[in-house]
Ligand binder design. Structure first.
Ligand SMILES: Cc1cc2nc3c(=O)[nH]c(=O)nc-3n(C[C@H](O)[C@H](O)[C@H](O)COP(=O)(O)OP(=O)(O)OC[C@H]3O[C@@H](n4cnc5c(N)ncnc54)[C@H](O)[C@@H]3O)c2cc1C
Length: 387
């Protein structure tokens, strides 16, 4: 058993860390969170030229290819600097590059992957609907009906991250109206976001201000049949093939934000004084920090183990769900304790800890709620569905 990273991976971590210190400093992140609804385009371009997107694209389509462990090293550093930037970049990798690599036809791969690798395209996943995200199969009522060479999409999506800046919305819709089994009636389409009939509205939210989430309205939106991704009516199962890597990625975002919490709390507990001594000298503060450190260590190990399992071609769906569940709860708990360590300063908008606390709220239910994760894990041990 080897828990070490290769020399190359350590070098990559160092260079991403230096990049983040220079380009995603906390001063910049504070300003973006107040003024932007998506990361700056020049930051996106710099990340593209450094190969952040090409890592997820195979060499034959203009990328560098790369293993999941290495991708997670980059994501860990970026998430520590900014959850919003990690989400912004992650959406295109997770909902553009990855589904295209797994599900795309040769023509689609040639058409899109080179551009994704160069950072020329942004993607969002449009799955969740207003009637519910957890029971999406019961809630979905967006239809795509074949009309000549096109599908015509009508419906509504909600909370779609990055839709307002996306070039393509990876949209899930019902294509078989007759089939009562929704899991056998869905398909995935790459929908150009500027197609007539699409309206997008940003939803103000508590977390990740500089990575906006949106309502998306589809009204007679015509999509060429060639933009079907994967197999007709098999969209649910096709989508599932790309969800496990997403779970690992979101778990790593939780680890990153918890690491930012730990660093901020450690520094504050050294500098803030009460009763003539640094608060870090009080046992309760030390225990808070020790608990956060243990949580990070556990979550980080689990996430890297999932990445290793993926690279080794072994199954990891249970572990990926565990990683998302554990890491998101750990990060939220760490940030909540962090707010206590910061006392009154914590609730001011001048302290970064409130941002970590706000950002860590969304990972406990997105992409899948922790309650549903527990249901799934229990079912994997043979227990019956509780719902
Ligand atoms: C900031 C943000 C970004 C997002 N980005 C995207 C995106 O890019 N693309 C996209 O498609 N979606 C996105 N989502 C949607 C996200 O995946 C859903 O919010 C999530 O799946 C939960 O669905 P819901 O919010 O409708 O909650 P609901 O389904 O209404 O659930 C409400 C509560 O009921 C609980 N619950 C429901 N059923 C059960 C059950 N059987 N057992 C136990 N508890 C249960 C849930 O756990 C939860 O606590 C995003 C959401 C947010 C808030």
């Amino acid at each position: 058993m080897d828990f070490g990273f290769t020399e190359e991976q350590e070098l990559l971590r160092q260079s991403v860390r230096e990049f983040c210190e220079a380009e995603i400093s906390q001063e910049k992140v504070r300003e973006w969170e107040e003024t932007l609804d998506f990361m700056p385009q020049d930051l996106w371009d710099k990340m593209a030229s450094l190969g952040f997107f090409s890592m997820s694209v195979p060499p034959e389509y203009g990328g560098e290819g790369g293993d999941m462990v290495t991708a997670m090293i980059g994501l860990e550093e970026i998430s520590k600097a900014s959850t919003a930037v990690a989400l912004g970049v992650g959406a295109t990798i997770g909902f553009g590059a990855r589904p295209l690599v797994v599900l795309g036809t040769e023509e689609q791969k040639q058409e899109y992957l080179h551009r994704i690798a160069r950072g020329e395209l942004k993607f969002s996943l449009a799955l969740t609907e207003p009637a519910g995200g957890t029971d999406i199969l019961g809630a979905i009522s967006t239809y795509a009906d074949l009309d000549g060479e096109d599908y015509v999409i009508n419906g509504q999506k909600i909370y779609i991250t990055g839709a307002h800046v996306a070039d393509y919305l990876t949209t899930v819709a019902i294509t078989d109206r007759e089939n009562p089994k929704r899991a056998r009636a869905l398909s995935i389409f790459m929908v150009k976001a500027d197609t007539p009939g699409i309206e997008i509205r940003l939803i103000p939210k508590v977390s990740t201000h500089s990575c906006g989430s949106c309502e998306v309205f589809y009204s007679d939106v015509r999509v060429p049949a060639a933009n079907l991704l994967g197999t007709l009516n098999n969209g649910w199962y096709d989508l599932l093939t790309t969800l496990n890597p997403e779970r690992i990625g979101v778990a790593m975002m939780s680890v990153g934000v918890a690491e930012a919490v730990f660093d901020a709390c450690l520094a504050y507990s050294r500098e803030r004084e009460a009763f003539g001594k640094p608060i870090g000298q009080f046992m309760v503060i030390q225990h808070y920090l020790a608990d956060i450190a243990v949580g990070i260590e556990n979550a980080r190990n689990l996430v890297y183990k999932c990445a290793w399992l993926q690279d080794a071609g072994k199954p990891y769906h249970v572990e990926a769900t565990m990683a998302g569940l554990y890491a998101s709860k750990m990060a939220l708990d760490a940030a909540t304790v962090g707010m206590e360590i910061f006392g009154g300063y914590g609730v001011t908008m001048e302290a970064d800890i409130q941002r970590y606390w706000r950002d860590s709220q969304q990972m406990v239910f997105s992409p899948i709620s922790n309650e549903m994760s527990k249901n799934f894990i229990a079912q994997c041990y043979g227990l019956p569905r509780s719902y």
